[in-house]
Structure formats: structure tokens, C-alpha cells
Design a binder for this molecule. Structure first.
Ligand code: NAP
Length: 323
């Protein structure tokens, strides 16, 4: 690593310390690249919002936090430079192709190659009461907040894997969990639907659009419209799982993305910007699984290493011709 007044230089910058970023970091470090990984929180990304993982090959059942620690320790063991609790404000690209990660607090990080593994944030419902009661009954993380609602009735909004899986998890604490979904069909995988339907503490409110989250000093209910009729369900908390907004806006110059903001990549996961790869949940792809995130990180790290080799070869050739 070379340090000057305003910046630190590396071969590779990795933005995001979830499974995709950590796999990229492990492979980059093992290939002897000078790689730095930056995450705005502790390492683990979405692993930290998942209690139990049962679908990562080789681990029949492991706590999300434990897998996060194992992945972080593994990458560090091979020399990855990890910067936790540092927020990247933007990822810029200079005319010569240098990638610059500007941190909210700290030096600029510069490298010829970068991997964006920044995941995303939960999508907001955008109804009155949602922002006002966040942290006072409105939550986006069952593992983080479920235990605050022991013995209470709760609402979960959404119909995908997250809504049914997290709803099922919440019944460990809640006396009843109502899943409010805008259609009459769930998007979630059949196994999760079966599990939810078999859970006597779960109930389903279908074809229902949430209009407002109500409360006084904390949430007291959720108002929705079903079959043209306005109704209110008294609940102590509302957990919202209606998808995900990728953190692709971190990239300052234009980079190709789909209508949901997910970055579009080629076969080696390179974006439309040469020397910038996108991996994991920030990338347009079929599914968001730990196993696919790890595969993405691996592919991108190997592709980045080959890209750096090609850059060095070109520099050597240019230097030879100049002599
Ligand atoms: P998702 O699959 O995109 O589902 C979002 C759900 O929210 C859909 O049912 C959607 O309804 C509903 N929705 C979206 N916008 C809404 C709005 N404005 N108002 C009301 N409802 C709205 O999102 P996800 O469940 O968070 O899952 C994201 C990804 O993570 C998926 O790829 C999923 O497979 C993966 N995941 C996997 C697991 C697992 O395998 N165990 C667990 C969690 C997540 P419609 O159906 O009507 O569009």
C-alpha cells in the first residue's frame, strides 16, 4: 500500500463486506493483490439480518452472525485489508480509469480496479406513519427487533420469501402474525408458503393495500383497503418486507443498470465501466442467495486479477516502446 497526503493506493477496492465482498476479498488476497474492503457497518451484510442459515452448502445449519465472523476471519487470515464502519460516499472513475472511493470520513482510496458488493436497502412502503414510527414499531428486520414484541400481535407486509420467512420467525415471539399482501398469490417459494400455512400463529390478509401505519407514541395498528373496504388491524408492530433497493447509486459516472437499479454485467460480472465489477445483491440476476453471492465475488476477483495483469503488460509494452 502506498500512502500520500490525500489518498491510499491499492490494486483493488472492494465496496461492501457481505458474502459477495468477502469472497472477492479472500480470493484477491490469496492471489496476492493489494486489496482493501470497506463496509459502512460490521462485516456480514445481510448475514447479520438472518438468524439461521440452512441453505448454504456444507453448513446444514449455521447462525448468520457466525457465518459472517467465519467469512471475515478467513479473508483477514490471507491478508485482506478490512475497513469496517467506514462509509463510501461515492465511487468515481477518473479519465485514466483509476477508481476512487471517497469515504465520508477518511482518505480517498484509489485503485485501477474495483468491485461493487454494496448490496442494498429495504424498499419503503411510502405510507403515512412508516417513517414516523420507524424504531417505534415499524421495522425491516425480524432478527434485530422481533424480541421486542413478545406476546404481541404483529403485521408483516409483503408476499415474497422474506415476508414469509421472517413472518414465520416472528411467531417465536408474537402471539399472532398477520401477513398483509397486495395480491392473492404469494411470490415466495412453495416450501416457505407451506411452512407459513402450517404455522397456527400465522394468518393471511390478501388482496389488501396498506394505507397507513397508526399509533401514538408507538404503533397501535395498520390501516388497509381490501375489496374496496377500509379496515384497521390493531397490532403492536409492522414489519415491512417488500423487496430491496440496490446501492448502485454509489457509482458516480453512468453505469448500465436495469429498471430496478440493479447493475447489468457481462459474463465475468464486469459492468459497463471497464475495471468495475458488480457482485451479489447489487447486480441484476435471478436470485439473491449466499451461495450465488460467494460465486459472484470469486468470479469478479479472478477477472479483476486478469484485468490487472493485462494493464501491467500494456504498461510494460508502452515503457519498452518509449525506450
Ligand atoms: P421480493 O421477492 O421482491 O418480494 C417482494 C414482495 O413485496 C412481493 O410479494 C411484492 O408483491 C411485495 N411488494 C413490492 N412492493 C410492494 C408495495 N409497494 N406494496 C406492497 N407490497 C409490495 O423481495 P424479498 O422477499 O425481499 O426477497 C428478495 C430476494 O431475496 C429474492 O430473490 C428472494 O428469493 C431472496 N430471499 C431468499 C430467502 C430464502 O431463500 N430463504 C429469504 C429471503 C429473501 P408482488 O408479489 O405483488 O409483486
Amino acid at each position: 500500500m502506498v500512502v500520500d497526503d490525500v489518498s491510499e493506493r491499492f490494486d483493488l477496492i472492494i465496496v461492501g463486506g457481505g458474502p459477495a465482498g468477502l469472497a472477492a476479498g479472500l480470493y484477491a488476497a490469496r492471489m496476492n493483490l493489494r486489496a482493501v474492503l470497506v463496509d459502512r457497518g460490521p462485516l456480514g451484510g445481510q448475514l447479520l439480518n438472518t438468524e439461521l442459515i440452512e441453505d448454504y452448502p456444507g453448513f446444514e445449519s449455521i447462525l448468520g452472525a457466525e457465518l459472517a465472523t467465519k467469512m471475515g476471519d478467513h479473508a483477514r487470515k490471507f491478508g485482506l485489508d478490512v475497513r469496517e464502519f467506514q462509509t463510501v460516499r461515492e465511487l468515481d472513475v477518473e479519465p485514466d480509469g483509476t477508481k476512487v472511493a471517497r469515504l465520508e470520513d477518511g482518505p480517498e482510496l484509489r485503485a485501477p480496479a474495483a468491485i461493487l458488493a454494496a448490496g442494498g436497502l429495504p424498499r419503503r412502503l411510502g405510507v403515512p406513519g412508516e417513517a414516523e414510527f420507524q424504531g417505534r414499531g415499524v421495522s425491516y428486520c425480524a432478527v434485530c427487533d422481533g424480541a421486542f414484541f413478545k406476546g404481541q400481535e404483529l403485521a408483516v407486509v409483503g408476499g415474497g420469501d422474506a415476508a414469509l420467512e421472517e413472518g414465520d420467525f416472528l411467531t417465536r415471539y408474537a402471539s399472532k402474525v398477520y401477513v398483509i399482501h397486495r395480491r392473492d398469490q404469494f411470490r415466495a417459494q412453495p416450501l416457505l408458503q407451506e411452512r407459513a400455512r402450517a404455522n397456527p400463529k400465522m394468518a393471511f390478509v390478501l388482496n389488501a393495500q396498506v394505507r397507513e401505519i397508526r399509533g401514538d407514541d408507538k404503533v397501535t395498528g395498520v390501516r388497509y383497503v381490501q375489496d374496496g373496504v377500509e379496515r384497521e388491524l390493531p397490532v403492536g408492530g409492522v414489519f415491512i418486507f417488500i423487496g430491496f433497493v440496490p446501492n448502485s447509486g454509489l457509482v458516480k459516472p453512468h453505469v448500465d443498470h436495469d429498471s430496478g437499479g440493479y447493475l447489468v454485467t457481462d459474463r465475468d460480472l464486469q459492468t459497463s465501466i471497464p475495471g468495475l465489477w458488480a457482485v451479489g445483491d447489487v447486480r441484476a440476476q435471478l436470485t439473491k442467495q449466499i451461495a450465488t453471492a460467494v460465486g459472484d465475488g470469486t468470479t469478479a476477483a479472478v477477472a479483476a486479477s486478469q484485468y490487472l495483469d493485462r494493464l501491467r503488460d500494456a504498461e510494460r509494452r508502452a515503457a519498452t516502446q518509449a525506450v
